[in-house]
Design a binder for this molecule. Structure first.
Ligand code: GTP
Length: 264
């Protein structure tokens, strides 16, 4: 399957792109930019917003959780705080996800991609029953990839970077789906330092040498453990704000899906 731009009529099933990442990493901005990019390639995506608490969406979602579940009402009705409200809203929405699947299935001949924006707090999706139900429903019907968005500008400290990678690895472990690491905000800092850290253990060691703490020793051991994760990881640098790196992004998506389908 070619990268984005094959035209609006497509016979292959759409690829579901689940966009996950820490709060503020740029998920929503990336979904907006991917949507605009696909429109410009005459390949409009089907866009799903699963964040019940987002105030304004910078893109037009085909399916928006906020149309079905009113997050503030859920908080009041169940006497919950903000996080409980988001989790419960997602749970309520998951009970009707079969209807969402039907909508997506209807569009499968016209959209090459389904883009899915997830709640700000990543654990709401990755560690909830509803997140698992939604992911499994999508992945059992359509080729699906997880895109983990990393805020590159906030990962320049080797220990912070390692924490982020451990989180990414745990998501791969949990979803067992093709996985792409999108190093976002490359307009602020180029992602090459992070790629080097993943490719060359010595360079990562040098970066850690300023640290003398227990955490730094632990991080050294962890980087050896993560070597296997790094070696098969698909990495792409993007700037959701500038829209750079998106052609490469879609190439990685296609490669990830192809490899997955060959393996399973
Ligand atoms: P939550 O839903 O709150 O978790 O955030 P999110 O992960 O959806 O991130 P969002 O797209 O809201 O972006 C968070 C902030 O980062 C916003 O101020 C964006 O303008 C900014 N941002 C996102 N992508 C980029 C980027 O590529 N470059 C720069 N410089 N800023 C970015």
């Amino acid at each position: 399957q070619a990268a984005a731009g094959a035209g609006s009529e497509s016979c292959a099933p759409p690829v579901c792109v689940l966009v996950l990442g820490m709060a503020g990493s740029g998920k929503t901005t990336l979904v907006q930019r991917l949507t605009a990019h696909l429109h410009s390639q005459n390949s409009p995506p089907y866009v799903v917003n699963l964040d019940p608490a987002v105030r304004e969406l910078p893109f037009a979602a085909n399916i928006d959780i906020r149309d079905t579940v009113k997050y503030k009402e859920v908080m009041k009705q169940y006497g919950l705080g903000p996080n409980g409200g988001i989790v419960t809203s997602l749970n309520l929405f998951a009970t009707r996800f079969d209807q969402v699947m039907k909508f997506i299935e209807k569009r499968q001949n016209t959209s090459q991609y389904v883009l899915i924006d997830t709640p700000g707090q990543i654990e709401v999706f990755t560690w909830s029953a509803s997140g698992t139900i939604i992911t499994e429903a999508l992945a059992s019907t359509f080729p699906s990839v997880v895109v983990y968005v990393m805020d590159t500008s906030r990962s320049t400290n080797p220990i912070t970077f390692m924490s982020n990678m451990l989180y990414a690895c745990s998501i791969l472990y949990k979803t067992k789906l093709p996985f792409i690491l999108a190093m976002n905000k490359t307009d602020i800092i180029d992602h090459s330092f992070a790629v080097e850290w993943m490719q060359d253990f010595e360079i990562f060691q040098d970066a850690l040498n300023q640290e003398t703490t227990y955490v730094s020793n632990l991080t050294r051991s962890m980087s050896l453990v993560l070597d296997e994760f790094y070696s098969s990881l698909k990495v792409v640098g993007v700037s959701a704000v500038l829209g750079t790196g998106l052609d490469e992004f879609f190439v990685k998506v296609s490669e990830a899906v192809d490899e997955y389908e060959r393996e399973y």
